[in-house]
Design a protein around this ligand. Structure first.
Ligand code: NAP
Length: 485
């Protein structure tokens, strides 16, 4: 049981008092129990956080990068020590199953180590000069204060990708976590605090995105906006960044598809599809939300998908039997119900699921929705075009490879795509033809590895990448140095 307590901001190495301030509640979505009350930051808080981060930047940028990286080695150890506490809190606060929460902490530990290694690289270039007695080179320089704004579905990893990269590069940070996971963000902050970073280097402000997030984006002293979230909010932030000529990295939504060709291993495909569609209750930017199947194997594939889906146990993520946890908040549940209704009105046929699970089956007022598979979907239907971000899978039919690729690419998004086939020919053509930042062959849409660029094409982002050294493209500036000796 978690204590109901008040949470303030973390600014310049101190937790501020939330007494007599406007607050919001963090809720357990599996039970609707209130977990904590968190301060709603004011413009003064944002002002303070940015001022201290700016002041700390002047010193931090001169700490040698391998020494900056040492804090990340320490952070990896501290996370290892507090893994259980952190994983259980994330599950309690946003509903994902415990195994996934442990997996998330492991990813962050791995990423801390990967990024710490970058502290000894941060490569620039030297090239031959055209005149004698001259050396020319480019070096990476930090940019300044980075405003990190993150969503609730991966409470710590999406923040860690930004925070660790920014720190190693020599930037300082103001982080605005999603309100739905404020308590997990607080614990992650305490763990970062335990590593002894110089005061002001890392700061956290809680509060609503439309106010605190906007203030951070507009502030003249934030040099970079690093955002993961919806395409709608990403577009607003891109406008602000454009107005103020700031660097901005955007990791946004997706409408990811799995193509299954007639020659595929259908058991393998069905297992990969069900995993990618329903892990984290479908609340992943890389979740499979469309299946595009070659007509001749549609029925066989559907049977396999439905059989596996019906076996999934839905419930409180803390229970070790649970395969699919709750949705993260009431708005998510409403959105899912709305899209499933609309899909049927547009001609979709439900193969399984399609309803909210009776709340009496679960503790109190959990936000549980049955994993849902809908067939006879056309790419013109809204269920095939718009991001649902819930446990809903739409099945579309294609006559051949060419039509399957065309359907996959017929979306404003371009985050993750997958193809199941035993044909080397089609697998390689798909790697070339699929318009998405991530392509999987004989794997679901959701399985990223540390050290490889992560991000989307088209409206899934703005061309930047995270989770690998390519993230330095936004977290550093190039400086070109000419030396006549
Ligand atoms: P969201 O509504 O866009 O919120 C994301 C973050 O932005 C939250 O911290 C939110 O704060 C803040 N925010 C909201 N409105 C804002 C505004 N006007 N200005 C500045 N900040 C604002 O997204 P979400 O519902 O939390 O997350 C789901 C979305 O994230 C999906 O679209 C999903 O695809 C995307 N996502 C993408 C990736 C990726 O790597 N491509 C990964 C995960 C998720 P509050 O919520 O506290 O108000």
């Amino acid at each position: 049981m978690i204590d109901h307590h008040l949470v303030g901001n973390y600014i310049n190495g101190e937790w501020t008092s939330p007494a007599n301030r406007e607050i919001f509640n963090s809720i357990n979505p599996s039970t609707s129990e209130a977990l904590a009350s968190i301060v709603m930051s004011s413009s003064d808080d944002v002002e303070d956080a940015v001022r201290f981060a700016k002041s700390a930047y002047h010193t931090w940028r001169h700490v040698p990068a391998p020494k900056r990286a040492d804090y990340l080695w320490l952070l990896a150890d501290r996370l290892q020590e507090r893994k259980e506490e952190l994983a259980k809190l994330m599950t309690t606060e946003m509903g994902k199953v415990l195994a996934e929460a442990y997996g998330e902490v492991d990813v962050v530990i791995g990423f801390c180590k990967y990024m710490a290694g970058e502290g000894r690289r941060l490569y620039g270039q030297t090239v031959p000069a055209s005149s004698a007695d001259r050396m020319i080179m480019t070096i990476r320089e930090p940019v300044g204060v980075v405003a990190c704004i993150t969503p609730w579905n991966f409470p710590i990893s999406l923040a860690a990708y930004k925070i660790c990269t920014a720190l190693v590069a020599g930037n300082t940070i103001v982080w605005k976590p999603a309100s739905d996971v404020a308590l997990s963000a607080k614990l992650f902050t305490e763990i970062i605090e335990s590593c002894g970073l110089p005061t002001g280097v890392f700061n956290v402000v809680f509060g609503s995105g439309s106010t605190v997030g906007t203030m951070l984006a507009e502030h003249p002293d934030t040099a970079v906006i690093a955002f993961t979230g919806s395409t709608e909010v990403g577009r607003k932030l891109a406008q602000l960044a454009g107005l103020h000529l700031k660097k901005i990295s955007l990791e946004l939504g997706g409408k990811n598809a799995v193509i299954v060709l007639a020659d595929a291993d259908l058991d393998l495909a069905a297992a990969g599809i069900v995993r990618s569609a329903f892990a984290t209750s479908g609340q992943r930017c890389t979740a499979a939300s469309r299946v595009i199947v070659e007509a001749s194997v549609q029925e066989e594939l559907e049977q396999r998908i439905v059989t596996l889906t019906k076996k999934l146990v839905v419930g409180n993520g803390l229970s070790l039997n649970t395969d699919v946890g709750s949705l993260a908040n009431p708005a998510q549940l409403k959105t899912v119900e709305h899209y499933v209704d609309m899909a049927q009105q547009e001609g979709g046929r439900i193969l399984c699921g399609g309803y909210r699970l009776d709340k009496d089956l679960w503790e109190q007022q959990g936000l549980f929705y049955a994993p849902t598979v809908i067939t006879d979907v056309k790419n013109s239907h809204r269920i095939a075009k718009e991001e649902v971000f819930g446990p809903v899978l739409a099945i579309l039919r294609a006559e051949n490879y060419e039509e399957a690729i065309a359907l996959n690419n017929d979306t404003i998004y371009g985050l993750s795509s997958s193809i199941y086939t035993n044909s080397l020919h089609y697998a390689n053509r798909a790697a070339r033809d699929l318009e998405s930042g991530l392509v999987y062959i004989n794997n679901g849409t959701s399985n990223a590895e540390i050290g490889l660029a992560f991000g989307g094409m088209k409206q899934s982002g703005n061309g930047h990448r995270e989770v690998a050294y390519q993230a330095f493209d936004v977290m550093t500036e190039w400086k070109t140095v000419y030396t006549n000796y």
